[in-house]
Ligand binder design. Structure first.
Ligand SMILES: [Zn+2]
Length: 211
């Protein structure tokens, strides 16, 4: 009963590998998404700048040199925007296997979870059963213990962890069936009288005689 929580933890940790693989796959995908977003932003910024420069070209009275410089600048910006678009396109394609990897890792975790969860449920049910059984036995023990004199009960509790079974037969030859020592006549006699609890003179186990 005591090892059930530990076994549950152990079962749960079997999913750690699958959980880690999923977390890694998701992290890779997020990284690619961020990189793609960055390219989009760069391209948009370049295009916005071009629009701004074109407006200034059409509205201002400017010299030929200045007009030409702005045109050169716009061409450069257009090249930057195209390059960013291309990089974004490449990243979008790179994302496909990463999305696949996330799906696969999720499927693996789901699959492993089914088995582990079923087993954990089994352990929980077993724990509930054993706990109920334990409670019932404890209740019965309390009922029985209430009928036993306190000193005998204390002796029994001391013996039960070290000398099991506590209750043993005294044979016809007056030998304790627990430690196999011959009992003194007084002990044998007391067992025969059967009006109180008598312990073996050697091991202390409670003795009874078959009638
Ligand atoms: Zn004995």
């Amino acid at each position: 009963m005591k090892d059930i929580p530990a076994r549950k933890a152990q079962e749960n940790s079997r999913l750690d590998g699958a959980r880690l693989a999923l977390a890694e796959a998701k992290a890779n995908l997020v990284e690619a998404q961020l990189a793609e977003k960055k390219c989009e932003t760069e391209a948009e910024e370049a295009r916005a700048k071009i629009r701004e420069l074109r407006i200034s070209q059409s509205s201002n009275k400017m010299g030929n040199n200045e007009y030409r410089d702005i045109s050169i600048r716009c061409d450069q910006l257009q090249q930057d925007a195209d390059a960013a678009d291309n990089r974004g396109q490449a990243l979008m394609e790179e994302k496909i296997p990463l999305e696949e990897a996330v799906k696969k890792a999720q499927a693996r975790l789901d699959e492993e979870s089914v088995g582990v969860n079923a087993y954990i449920q089994e352990l929980d049910e077993r724990l509930a059963e054993v706990t109920a059984e334990h409670d019932e036995l404890q209740g019965r023990r309390r009922e029985c213990a209430a009928k036993v004199p306190p000193d005998a009960l204390a002796k029994y509790d001391r013996l039960r962890t070290r000398r099991w079974p506590v209750l043993v037969l005294l044979t016809d030859d007056d030998v304790c069936d627990g430690c196999h020592m011959k009992q003194p006549p007084a002990v044998a006699q007391a067992v025969r009288h059967n009006d109180r609890i008598v312990g073996c003179s050697e091991c202390g186990r409670f003795l009874y005689r078959e009638v």
